[in-house]
Write a protein that binds this ligand. Sequence first.
Ligand code: 13P
Ligand code: SF4
Length: 311
Amino acid sequence: MPLALDLKEEILVLKKARNAVILAHNYQIGEIQDVADYVGDSLGLAYHAKATEADVIVFCGVHFMAETAKIVNPGKIVVLPDADAGCSLEQSCPAPELEAFLKANAEKNYYVIAYINCSGGVKALCDVICTSGNAVKIVNLAPADRPILFVPDENLGAWVMEQTGRKMDLWKGNCYVHVEFTRDSINRIKSEYPDALVVAHPECTQAVRLLADEVCSTEKMISYCRHASVKDIIVVTESGMLHRLRKECPDKNLIAGPTDRCACADCRYMKMNTLENLRDCLDTLQPRVEMEESLRARAELPLLRMLEQSK
Ligand code: 13P
Ligand code: SF4
């Protein structure tokens, strides 16, 4: 497809002219992953965003990820291809609601742990952030004498409680993509591939996690599949993951986990980014992530604590 090739070349030329770095999440379309300088999970992306010496960070993921890049590296111009690329988890926990809840329960003196899939306003209200890649570690490091409030993902929170034995109060949010996988849909595909291993993201419900041989972040899925002793592996997460897995584990048969309605699950927000709007944002340096400095500084503290604790 010469058109797509031209677009790819245009992106690379603009990237050089802008002294930009392209960071892409594992759920991005394959074409975007292939032009990115780094592809990874939320944790790896946060470290790369902080460390980069480029002038411009082009964040191909969803808005909270680009916002996180701006929080940890405020001197950079941070752009994203589509400013409307949101996240159902972020939407499930508006900062004013969390603030009101914390006020109403002030006597509890909660230690608040926020999954990184939340707004800068929510981050600013928390003690520490975690990702799916370090949540167990971060919860294990929480002060033993304080009750924990975990926001906004009740499924990741429940999985971390199972892993750590630490009781937490959970905010009632979830990922609209991962809750679409069901016990029936995963059992059906397992019966088609009786020798397959199952790897699932911790945003899945407990009914699905119980069917998995491994539950982990998108980045850990790469090493799990690479080292797995069998060929067939059912991957229960967003469909973009399959592109990178197939590239990095060419000897494996990687099977998308189905839902009751579809053969695989797409995140409509992750899929808002295209090669076209990636090219346009490099060209115009818009849409840009901007944050009021006092909010950014408050949101930075729990993020830096996470980066420090997960080393
Ligand atoms: P990871 O940090 O595991 O890549 O997860 C991010 C995400 O949005 C999952 O839905
Ligand atoms: Fe948010 Fe779910 Fe999309 Fe991840 S897959 S960005 S958690 S809506």
